[in-house]
Ligand binder design. Structure first.
Ligand code: AMP
Length: 451
């Protein structure tokens, strides 16, 4: 179904067309008519289903741009998700001028947030704890709030944010539209919906999507690392997240894979924020094909076009399983979800048997001679960012200008407050490094190093 069938402004429809959203995804088709009518909606939707645009189009449609007050608040479990949501909202918000969207997340400095808040905003996206802190300090007011969104509500409950959410709600007007999105549908979710929503209409679309686009395979194995390598060699996925239940194991697997010429990085709760960022950037910009993660560490992480998800051990619950594998097979592309289990996990693994899932012995997997996995790109770090007014165009200019690199050898560019990351095709990394460290960017010298 096309967006033009909805009660949307011409500007909104033409902008959606411009950004390449031709048809509605199932979640959008089911929720948007209700959202646009002003109803409270509770929707079961995983990341990749187009849920952000569903609530984004809804809240932006009723925004009064001239009224410079916070009219919508999106609560997210993590900073990564909040950044992702804000990014997508900004793209959709291009149908009008001057819509101000601000992220307020824990883990970031408080001071600059105060400054941004003083300048005002229409939409706030953030994590519950930090939002509450601003409300308590009266640096943020929800007096004019029209729409409240709880994104990945199940994750927020898992992470123990319920108290903060309740307190945030005390600051919000009673008459408002409340939208709740969650990958799983538990009693707890129904309970919170009943408490904070008004006659909510419930929409479930996730199960059919998952069955259609993800190939689910299970392997019994005595040597998980060995099987993992064979899996990569057999299916040749481009980018993979391997989930482990324990963070110590995550590090260990990454090391063992590296010994086998497979480039892998681990992300776990023990990393400092900057280390975590380095890893996430490298994985997302194709400087590392394999990411090993615990569930906690992977929360909110939104990497597009993941070709494979591996459960290194059996997830503790079927909900975790669904959530993990939902990261592959997005937007219609076929994904592969592999689960490994050993003799101690057989009994639990058998509970996953159904007509769609394939169970095989690990002997079905083969390792090609000299198999290795190297990344397509290498990441350069530039010690300068938004605070230095650096933009992607400046870096592109510095790299490609005067006998420089071809644009096609440059990948994703991520610019943070004080650092920028540029993905460069591996064979051009030395040239790019030299070009940036010897030359000037915006007439200034910056330190540059290879990550
Ligand atoms: P989400 O589930 O919000 O994480 O969205 C997944 C991805 O789908 C995002 O990259 C969106 O930009 C994209 N997307 C959302 N809606 C549409 C649409 N109607 N058509 C094409 N792509 C879309």
């Amino acid at each position: 179904m096309k967006f033009s069938t909805l009660a949307l402004s011409d500007e909104m429809v033409s902008n959606l067309d411009k950004i390449g959203y031709e048809k509605m995804t199932p979640v959008q088709a089911e929720t948007l008519p209700l959202i646009l009518e002003g109803k409270d909606v509770i929707a079961q939707a995983k990341t990749g289903s187009g849920k952000t645009a569903a609530f984004g189009i809804g809240l932006l449609s009723k925004l009064q741009v001239k009224k410079f007050r916070v009219q919508a608040l999106v609560l997210c479990p993590t900073r990564e998700l909040a950044d992702q949501v804000a990014k997508e909202l900004r793209v959709i918000a291009k149908f009008a001028h001057n819509i101000k969207i601000l992220t307020l997340c824990g883990g970031a400095a408080f001071g600059p947030q105060l400054g941004s808040l003083r300048h005002g905003a229409h939409i706030i996206v953030g994590t519950p704890g930090r939002i509450l802190k601003h409300l308590n300090k009266e640096t943020l007011s929800l007096e004019n709030l029209e729409t409240l969104v709880l994104d990945e509500a199940d994750r927020m409950l898992d992470m123990g944010f319920i108290e903060e959410i309740d307190k945030v709600l005390e600051y919000a007007p009673k008459t408002r539209q409340t939208l709740l999105f969650s990958a799983t549908y538990t009693n707890e979710i129904t309970f919170i919906s009943n408490r904070i929503q008004n006659d909510a209409v419930s929409v479930k679309t996730v199960s059919t999507e998952v069955k259609n686009s993800i190939q689910e395979r299970f392997y019994e194995t005595k040597n998980k690392v060995d099987s993992l390598i064979k899996i990569f060699s057999t299916f040749k996925p481009e980018n993979i997240i391997v989930f482990t239940n324990m963070k110590v194991v995550a590090k260990e697997i990454a090391e063992k894979l590296a010994q086998n010429k497979i480039d892998a990085l681990a992300i776990h709760g023990d990393l400092e924020q900057y280390e975590r960022n380095d890893v996430l950037v490298q994985f997302a910009n194709k400087s590392c094909p394999v990411l090993i993660a615990t569930d906690v560490a992977a929360r909110g992480l939104d990497i597009k076009e993941l070709s494979m998800v591996v459960n290194y051990d059996l997830p503790h619950t079927e909900e975790t399983y669904t959530h993990r594998i939902g990261r592959t097979g997005r937007a219609g592309a076929e994904g592969i979800a592999i689960t490994l289990y050993d003799e101690y996990e057989i009994e639990n693994a058998m509970e996953y048997k159904d007509e769609f899932r394939i169970f095989e012995g690990s002997e079905a997997l083969k390792k090609q001679n000299n198999f290795e996995m190297k990344p397509q790109n290498v990441t350069l770090v530039i010690e300068g960012g938004k605070k230095d007014k650096l933009r992607a165009g400046d870096l592109l200019g510095a790299l490609t200008g005067e006998n420089g690199l071809k644009g096609s050898s440059i990948g994703k560019i991520d610019i943070y407050d004080r650092q920028a990351y540029v993905a460069i095709q591996r064979e051009f990394i030395d040239e790019a490094h030299k070009k940036l460290s010897n030359g000037r960017i915006k007439n200034k010298k910056f330190s540059v190093w290879v990550l």
